[in-house]
Design a protein around this ligand. Structure first.
Ligand SMILES: [Zn+2]
Length: 132
């Protein structure tokens, strides 16, 4: 586990801004924001696209980064709520995506002991391995 830096707090703020600007009071379709910092220094944000098989905010942020040519990722975080007040861990599907795309990326998590980072690959032990 790694402690958060000022850059990590900036990333959290970007995820909070993404959901604060897009929070869907009426349908609750957009309730989670995510921010992904790439090794280039760029930050990409996303909000969840809710449906039966909708996309998580992390997936939208990853898709935006990949669309812009990014392939090297540093840190990702997701937050939930009108102001993104709650840092939430990635779901099982996102953990698989993180493992496949960015096993060395750090993931910001929150526990009763505070906020910290772990490696994406550490979030999904004994995982399915895609064939090369
Ligand atoms: Zn997810």
């Amino acid at each position: 586990m790694m402690l958060l830096t000022e850059r990590d707090r900036e990333l959290i703020a970007r995820a909070q801004e993404a959901i604060r600007l897009n929070y869907d009071e009426k349908t609750q379709r957009h309730t989670v924001g995510a921010a992904l910092r790439c090794k280039s220094g760029e930050i990409y944000v996303g909000v969840n696209v809710y449906s039966l098989h909708g996309a998580c905010a992390e997936q939208v942020a990853i898709g935006a980064a990949v669309t812009h040519g990014e392939r090297d990722f540093e840190t990702i975080v997701a937050v939930r709520g009108r102001r993104g007040e709650e840092i939430i861990p990635p779901c099982g599907n996102c953990r698989q995506i993180l493992r496949d795309y960015m096993p060395d990326c750090d993931v910001i998590l929150s526990t009763d002991e505070g906020n910290f980072k772990v490696r994406a690959s550490d979030l999904l032990p004994f995982s399915h391995q895609m064939e090369d």
